[in-house]
Design a protein around this ligand. Structure first.
Ligand SMILES: [Zn+2]
Length: 318
């Protein structure tokens, strides 16, 4: 499986929507932590020049708005790109004061390869991370599971967890998914075809869908925990997010969400809820905790617009 197809198969997430039951939304003031996966970035046709460019734009946008962020590196991506330029793009995140974490070397999953191989892939990914950030022997490292897949069986999940603990990693859960990869690839496709109207339509649809998902995940947190919890948003380093960061921040602001560092969001006791979810399919943590606590998610989950999803499926199968 190629790198790109592995990255794009994120759509296989077993989104928690299937578990939905009635619940009420909230307007309380809340918090949101932004995380960006698959650094140095996802693109329909990997191009070092474009990836370097949107990294700079994204980092500058986050800096301009004084927003904390965490980026998760897939070190193996550099194999197919201009390594010097990509290292420079990643160093922009470090110099801006953002946190970087490990997203494995090969963007693999413990559901698809043996756990020992998966754990070795995590360590392989750490080399680049620590060459950029000079990892302190005492400081914890952040880890994000590709596809949010943590293990097909509880035994596998626990083995990965133990490995992460032994290597002083903290798992970064996800409690807000707006399927940005669906919009990002179709946006890249429209731009490559010089179809500015279609690109604009996709970007607007992405923003609308993000606002809908913010409401749904907050309502689900209310249903599961009886209160707002800080959200941890899963985004990707992409041209779409670089072009949209100001608009995304405006959506969060209008929802009454203040941006906070990942570590601060995770101080909320909700993030200490046990997670015994085991499946070959990934799932966000609101869905996991809903199952764990036996409490329903909110109603009203919707998928991305079908016209964009259909284009994405077509691009993905090419
Ligand atoms: Zn990923």
């Amino acid at each position: 499986m190629s790198f790109r197809s592995k990255l794009l198969s994120c759509l296989s997430f077993c989104l928690a929507a299937a578990l939905t039951q009635p619940a009420a939304a909230t307007s309380h003031r809340g918090q949101i932590a932004l995380t960006f996966d698959d650094l140095p970035g996802i693109m329909l046709s990997d191009n070092s020049n474009d990836i370097a460019h949107f990294n700079r734009a994204l980092v500058n946008g986050l800096k301009r708005h004084r927003v904390p962020a965490t980026g998760f590196i897939v070190a193996g991506k550099l194999e197919d790109l201009d390594q010097r330029r990509m290292r420079h793009a990643l160093s922009l995140w470090v110099h801006a004061g953002f946190t970087l974490g490990n997203h494995t070397y090969s963007h693999e999953s413990p559901s698809r390869i043996p756990v020992d191989e998966y754990n070795a892939d995590i360590l392989k990914g750490q080399t680049l991370l620590c060459s950029l950030t000079r990892c302190s022997p005492r400081a914890p490292l952040w880890f994000r599971h590709p596809y949010l897949e943590t293990g097909a069986t509880l035994a596998d999940a626990q083995k990965v967890d133990q490995f992460l603990t032994d290597h002083r990693y903290r798992t970064a859960p996800v409690t807000l998914v707006s399927q940005d990869w669906v919009f990002s690839e179709t946006y890249d496709d429209a731009l490559a075809r010089h179809d500015a109207a279609e690109a604009s339509h996709i970007r607007q649809s992405y923003l609308t869908y993000t606002a809908t998902m913010v409401t749904w995940y907050r309502a689900s947190a209310q249903s599961v925990f009886g209160r707002d919890i800080p959200l941890v948003a899963l985004l990707h380093a992409s041209k779409l997010n670089a072009d949209s960061i100001g608009d995304l921040l405006a959506i969060y602001r209008r929802a009454g969400l203040r941006t906070v560092p990942l570590a601060k969001a995770m101080r909320d006791p909700a993030y200490k809820t046990p997670d015994t979810y085991a499946s070959a399919k990934g799932m966000d943590w609101i869905g996991r905790w809903s199952l764990q606590l036996g409490r329903p998610l909110a109603p009203g989950y919707v998928d991305p617009p079908e016209d964009i999803a259909a284009t994405y499926r077509k691009i993905d199968s090419d």
